[in-house]
Design a protein around this ligand. Structure first.
Ligand SMILES: Nc1ncnc2c1ncn2[C@@H]1O[C@H](COP(=O)(O)OP(=O)(O)OP(=O)(O)O)[C@@H](O)[C@H]1O
Length: 383
């Protein structure tokens, strides 16, 4: 049931609003001034606050600001006296959901309250989902090399520096890119990913920069490319070592000038994109072999984060295994299985050429195929 609070110094208004809202089935509390209102909002989770603007001790605007600073998620509907609409408009500019005028029109009041409750629920849901995604993307590991990776992420996330992430397949490069984005100032904008190895050479330029209608056979409509989609956000160029030389030249220009041109177009489009790239190749060797542009390498690699293979951080295997046992149980809606100590030691001794991805797959297989306690024999059979 939705929980509401009425903050108003006029007793008669509080009583009238309470009657209407309780009749609609809402749970309603009251506060007689801004100070008392703030105190109650800090202690209880309210979906909506119906809040007078002019009140003794603390006015409605200050209360709104303080509650928002504490990220309580309560939606404010301001109640303003007739003729004092400027203040109410000011309140919506400062983050109030809406305002109603005194004396309130019943229908408008109920519709506004219902919409504000809807918004409060959405805000809450988004918060929960973000937390869950954050947990799923959490980089697990206490070994010295992984701690160094995490420290570097924390240092670079807040900056605009381009980052090149290197490491073998399945070692966690994509996770690192996601964390940099999530911890940085662009986290409210999009993170757009392009797997350069998965896109055929002749299509990569149109994928990255978009194309105009009729630019080539099959281009039946205008298409916006990944650089434009990532405007104001982050573009993650995975497997950059597999990009064709001609696409590399265009990416270089985009990075130098912050402008792109769609394939078949002549208009220059300004883009503001933070680029993070990743590769499992030795790009310096690729430069020697003539497959990668040195100037692009320097543009991309302001900061280099190397994610070591799992075999070089075996002490992380128990923590990773625990995390995967939990994640997979949540995914399947089942109970979390236990791994026998000797089974864990055996897991730690395996070569892990497929790195963390391989470990996750093995744990998933074990969860599906084995009983409540996963034994050494199970691991020998399925790893
Ligand atoms: N330190 C870690 N903690 C938790 N999960 C991890 C960690 N490293 C990798 N993973 C998980 O392992 C899998 C592979 O990781 P990821 O896709 O980031 O690797 P990658 O290096 O980008 O692989 P590829 O080079 O093949 O694209 C994912 O499921 C990821 O969630």
């Amino acid at each position: 049931m939705a929980k509401l609070i009425i903050v108003d110094d006029e007793k008669s208004i509080r009583a009238a609003l309470r009657d209407i809202l309780e009749y609609e089935g809402y749970e309603v509390d009251e506060a007689k001034d801004g100070e008392e209102g703030l105190d109650m909002i800090m202690r209880t989770s309210y979906d909506v606050a119906l809040c007078d603007i002019r009140m003794p001790k603390m006015d409605g605007l200050e209360l709104l600001q303080k509650a928002n600073e504490a990220s309580k998620g309560t939606q404010f509907v301001m109640i303003s006296a007739y003729g004092n609409v400027e203040n109410a408009v000011e309140a919506t500019k400062r983050g109030a959901f809406d305002f109603i005028t005194k004396p309130p029109d019943l229908n408008r009041l109920l519709i506004t309250v219902r919409n504000a409750i809807e918004r409060a629920k959405l805000v809450q849901e988004t918060k929960t989902l973000k937390k869950r995604i954050y947990k799923l993307n959490e980089i697990v590991g206490e070994s010295a090399p992984i701690q160094k990776v995490k420290e570097t992420i924390n240092r670079v996330a807040a900056t605009e520096a381009r980052v090149l992430i290197t490491g073998a397949n399945g070692s966690g490069k994509e996770m690192v890119a996601k964390q940099i984005h999530e911890k940085g100032s662009r986290s409210n904008q999009s993170l757009i990913e392009v797997n350069c190895a998965a896109i055929p050479g002749e299509l990569i330029e149109s994928e990255l920069f978009g194309h105009e209608k009729g630019a080539f056979t099959g281009a039946s409509a205008r298409r916006v490319g990944k650089f434009e989609q990532a405007d104001s956000g982050t573009l993650f160029l995975d497997e950059i070592g597999d990009m064709s030389l001609s696409a590399q030249a265009k990416v270089l220009r985009a990075l130098q000038e912050n402008k792109i041109t769609r394939v078949g177009g002549d208009k220059e489009i300004k883009v503001n994109v933070r680029v993070i790239a990743a590769t499992n190749k030795d790009l310096r060797q690729e430069i020697v072999n003539g497959n990668f542009r040195e100037d692009l390498f320097h543009r991309l690699s302001v900061i280099v984060i190397h994610v070591p293979p799992l075999a070089e951080r075996r002490t992380d295997i128990p923590l990773l295994t625990e995390k995967f046992l939990h994640d997979i149980a949540t995914e399947y809606g089942s109970t979390v299985k236990e791994l026998a100590p000797d089974a864990m030691m055996y897991l730690q001794s395996l070569p892990w050429t497929g790195n963390v991805r391989e470990l996750r797959n093995v744990v998933e297989r074990l969860v599906i195929m084995c009983g409540e306690e996963i034994t050494l024999e199970d691991v020998k059979a399925y790893a």
